[in-house]
Write a protein that binds this ligand. Structure first.
Ligand code: KE4
Length: 429
């Protein structure tokens, strides 16, 4: 695969941008390759600057559930941009997107738009602390809620990928009130909430964990978090930045029938443009300035282009049968990958939630971060390189998820399965 132009661009980029990338996981450090520079996207495919074509299972890390350059989304953006790019003043588009999210997710009575998932999670935690007047926050090992100081503890995604425990620059006092517990383990959290529940401002959890590879909640895990929070007046926050409108139109909370007090959104609700949001019970959200005293702000929050892209995206997702069709495509891929592993005598586990999934090279179940870290990451790196050279673009990290879009057609799925079989045969050889 010719990557000459990408290499030249990377050398230039590395001189002026840390690692040559604007987000660490894009640097492909953990899979022993260098990033390719993308020239354009087309449906389920990416074309890089050297003309290489890839079937894309990153989808900009989740937002592109409709694939690249969906005509309906592009038309909405083009229409909005003709009226201006940003006003720093309220627009009707913000009401329209807010109403769509509230209509889709019954636990949301009020919502605030921000510009990223990090901002959404950071703001939701601040709101929970302000609302309860408590300091302690509980998260789970391997879950990633963006890079706000108090949440960079035992985080997944890029922190896990780079194998760094947390991050320099975060004073220990900033994480003194953050407790991170094993995901899917109800013993620890039940004991902790019995002892300190009245001091816990919030429990924040990815209802389906997508930042340690993909890990599903065990039966009763989310329901018990709901009960424990209820009992101690703790705010339960579902971080649905990745799962929101991904695993179901109503998110993971719809799929598992558990209603949080606050929910974080991002990715899909922006249709590929920068949007995050947090919302939930009116009595909590009304504590946010200017309605209440908890401060949060943003120059580009509710940006009209991003709102237009989000509205167009959710409009398509609402269409009858969208998720059933997407789930069927994802199931075909997962089944093909499992079969490829068996036929190549490679130990692989695939966890799937709708159109997001994770692949681990292990013969053990993967139910938490410790399990995920036990999988063979060297083999994952070899698999990544084998897939890339065969034109399949998956996340360059064991601790990320794979995303199927409605643009992934039968040909793309079949080509991906063939590539996986060959890559796994290389591993087994
Ligand atoms: P952003 O600030 O990156 O928009 O969102 C942070 C975030 C919050 N919550 C969850 C559950 C998330 O998955 C994320 C971001 N996801 C990663 C991919 N696993 C973003 C990719 C990257 O960091 O480049």
């Amino acid at each position: 695969m010719n990557t000459e132009k990408s290499q030249t661009l990377l050398e230039h980029a590395q001189k002026i941008i840390p690692g040559g990338v604007n987000s660490p996981v894009r640097a492909c450090r953990s899979v022993g390759t260098k990033p390719v520079f993308i020239e354009r996207g087309e449906g389920c495919r990416l074309i890089d600057v050297d003309g290489n074509r890839f079937i894309d299972y990153i989808g900009s890390w989740g937002p592109l559930i409709l694939g690249h350059c969906h005509p309906f989304v592009m038309e909405a953006i083009n229409k909005a941009v003709k009226r201006g790019t940003s006003f720093g003043a309220p627009t009707e588009l913000e009401i329209e997107l807010a109403e769509m999210v509230i209509d889709a997710v019954p636990s949301i009575e009020m919502i605030r738009m921000v510009n990223s998932g990090t901002e959404a999670a950071m703001s939701a935690v601040r709101l929970a602390r302000g609302y309860t007047n408590r300091d302690i926050i509980i998260k789970f090992d391997g879950c990633y809620h963006g890079h706000a100081d108090s949440l960079l503890v035992e985080a997944g995604s890029g922190i896990a990928t780079l194998g760094i425990p947390g991050s320099p620059g975060v004073p220990s006092s900033f994480v003194a009130h953050t407790i991170s517990l094993p995901y899917n383990d109800l013993d620890y959290i039940s004991k902790l909430m019995a002892e300190k529940g009245d001091k816990v401002a919030c429990i924040i959890v990815e209802p389906v964990a997508g930042n340690m590879g993909l890990v599903l909640p065990k039966d009763g895990f989310l329901k018990t978090l709901r009960e424990l929070s209820e009992k101690s007046g703790t705010v339960l926050i579902f971080d649905e930045v990745m799962t929101g409108f991904r695993v179901a139109y109503g998110g993971a909370q719809d799929l598992f029938g558990v209603r949080p007090d606050l929910t974080c959104f991002g990715k899909i609700i922006g249709g590929g443009l920068p949007v995050g949001a947090y919302g939930g019970q009116r009595k909590i959200m009304e504590q946010i300035a200017p309605a209440g005293p908890v401060y949060q702000a943003g120059t580009l929050s509710g940006n009209p282009l991003a709102m237009a892209a989000g509205i167009a995206t959710l409009t398509k997702l609402k269409e009858e049968g969208f998720y059933e069709k997407l789930d069927k495509t994802a199931d075909e891929l997962a089944t093909g990958l499992r079969l490829a592993a068996v036929e190549s005598s490679v130990n692989a586990v695939i966890n799937r939630a709708g159109s997001m999934m994770g692949l681990f090279f292990t013969d053990q179940k993967v139910c938490n971060f410790a399990d995920a870290k036990m999988s063979d990451q060297a083999i994952f790196a070899q698999y990544y390189r084998g897939m890339l050279k065969r034109g399949v673009y998956i996340a360059p990290s064991q601790f990320e998820a794979l995303f199927v879009s409605s643009a992934h057609d039968k040909t793309a799925i079949e080509q991906s399965i063939i590539a996986a079989k060959e890559a796994m045969e290389d591993i087994a050889a």
